[in-house]
Design a protein around this ligand. Structure first.
Ligand code: SF4
Length: 385
C-alpha cells in the first residue's frame, strides 16, 4: 500500500482483512476504487488454498501453501455448539514423536505470525459461507508451538485484537509436548490463554520411547512448569494423552497418570490414535537423514532397563495400533475413579488424513496444484446435512 495514504486508510484496510476474510478488496466499498484495485493486485493473504477435504463427521482439512511452496495444514472441526480451528505453527515438526505423521515429515521452517493468522482467516472465510462463526482456536496442528513462541505470541495478540478478529483469550489454547521454559513464558505473557500438555506417558522411560530425547524433558520438570502455570493463571491444565494399543494404555499406565495428576486442577483428554498410513513422502525423510521405517525396532520389545532418554527414531509410526475400546474405557474408568476429569475424544476426520501431517504427507498424490479456474477447491466432499 502506498505509504502516502492517509492514516485512517490503514485502519480501513486492517478492518477489511480481519472483519471480511475471503472477501475481495474490490468489494471494500469504504476504500477509493483505485486503492481497491491496487490492493487486489497485491493480494490479501500470504497463503493460498491448494486443497480441501471434508468428512461426514464435520471435519474439514485445508491445505494452504506459502509463497515458498511450503504446505501448511489447518483443520476445521464442527460440533453442534461450536466450531474449532486447529492451526499449525511450523512446516513439519522438529520434535518427531514416534507416532506422528508430521514428525515423519521432518522440519522445514517456522511459520510467521501472519501465516498463523492467515490460517484462521481462511477458516473464517469457509465458515462465513455456512453462516457459522469460529468459536475456538487450538495451536495443535503441525509443529511444536513453544519452539516458535515469538510468532505464536504475536499471532495471539493479532487474533485477540478487539479492532481486528477479536477472539477472546480464553477461546485460544496452546498445546505443547512440554517445553518448561516456553510454558513459563506463555504464562507470563498470555495468562488467559489455555495450556494443553501432551504427556502420552506417565513415566519417563516410556515417554522417552515416544518423544525424542532432545525435546523430552523429564516429567517432573514439565509438570512443575505446568503447576507454576496454574499458580499464575488459574487456568485448568488440559492433559492430552494419545492411547496406543499395547504401548501406553494399560491399567498400570492409567494408575501412574492418576498419581501424577491427583490433587491438581486438570482435565484429561484421551485421544484414540489416528492410524498413520505409510507416507508417500518417505523419500523426504530419507533425504533429511531420518532412519528408514524398516530400521526401527518394535516398541513391543521395549526392555525394562531402557534408559530414560532413549531417542525415539527407533519406532515406526506404521508399527503402532489404536487402543481397543475396552482398553480406552478401562483407562478412563481408572482416572475417573481417582476423581480426575476425563473425556475420551473421538478421532475426527480419520477418513481425510486429519491427524496432523497426514494430508501434507500425501501432497504429492494430489492431481491439482491449484483450485480449478471456477474458484472451487479440489477434493471437496461436502458433509451431508
Ligand atoms: S505430535 Fe506434535 S510435537 Fe510431536 S511430532 Fe507431531 S506435531 Fe511435533
Amino acid at each position: 500500500m502506498d505509504s502516502g495514504a492517509e492514516q485512517y486508510r490503514y485502519l480501513q484496510v486492517y478492518e477489511h482483512l480481519t472483519h471480511h476474510p475471503g472477501v475481495a478488496f474490490t468489494e471494500a466499498t469504504p476504500l477509493p476504487v483505485e486503492l481497491r484495485s491496487t490492493l487486489e493486485k497485491l493480494g490479501a493473504s500470504v497463503l493460498r488454498e491448494t486443497a480441501r477435504r471434508s468428512s461426514q463427521d464435520g471435519t474439514t482439512k485445508l491445505l494452504l501453501t506459502g509463497a515458498d511452496g511450503a504446505c501448511i495444514e489447518t483443520v476445521i472441526m464442527r460440533y453442534s455448539q461450536r466450531v474449532t480451528a486447529c492451526v499449525s505453527t511450523q512446516v513439519g515438526c522438529p520434535v518427531g514423536c514416534a507416532f506422528c505423521a508430521t514428525g515423519a515429515l521432518g522440519f522445514r521452517r517456522n511459520l510467521s505470525a501472519a501465516e498463523i493468522v492467515d490460517q484462521v482467516r481462511s477458516v473464517i472465510a469457509v465458515l462465513r459461507s455456512e453462516d457459522r462463526t469460529l468459536s475456538n482456536v487450538v495451536y495443535m496442528g503441525m509443529g511444536e508451538p513453544l519452539l516458535n513462541l515469538q510468532a505464536v505470541l504475536t499471532s495471539i495478540r493479532l487474533l485477540t485484537d478487539p479492532l481486528g478478529i477479536g477472539m477472546g483469550h480464553r477461546s485460544l489454547s496452546v498445546s505443547t509436548v512440554g517445553i518448561p521454559a516456553g510454558i513459563r513464558r506463555l504464562a507470563d505473557e498470555e495468562p488467559q490463554v489455555n495450556l494443553a500438555i501432551s504427556l502420552h506417558a506417565a513415566d519417563d522411560r516410556l515417554r522417552a520411547l515416544l518423544i525424542p530425547a532432545k525435546y523430552c524433558h523429564p516429567l517432573a520438570e514439565v509438570l512443575n512448569a505446568a503447576w507454576d502455570h496454574f499458580a499464575l493463571t488459574r487456568r485448568k491444565l488440559l492433559v492430552e494423552y494419545v492411547l496406543l494399543g499395547g504401548v501406553n494404555d494399560s491399567p498400570e499406565d492409567a494408575r501412574r497418570l492418576a498419581a501424577l495428576l491427583k490433587g491438581h486442577v486438570v482435565a484429561v483428554n484421551l485421544l484414540a490414535w489416528n492410524r498413520v498410513t505409510s507416507s508417500p513422502d518417505e523419500s523426504l525423510s530419507a533425504a533429511e537423514g531420518r532412519p528408514s521405517l524398516e530400521s526401527r525396532p518394535s516398541l513391543e520389545s521395549r526392555p525394562s532397563d531402557t534408559p530414560s532418554r532413549t531417542p525415539t527414531q527407533n519406532h515406526s509410526p506404521v508399527g503402532f495400533r489404536p487402543a481397543t475400546r475396552e482398553a480406552i474405557e478401562g483407562f478412563r474408568s481408572i482416572l475417573v475413579n481417582h476423581h480426575i476429569e476425563t473425556v475420551v475424544r473421538q478421532s475426527k476426520g480419520s477418513g481425510i488424513d486429519a491427524a496432523c501431517g497426514q494430508l501434507a504427507a500425501r501432497r504429492r498424490s494430489y492431481p491439482a496444484e491449484t483450485p480449478p479456474a471456477d474458484g472451487s477447491p479440489p477434493f471437496i466432499e461436502t458433509p451431508p446435512d
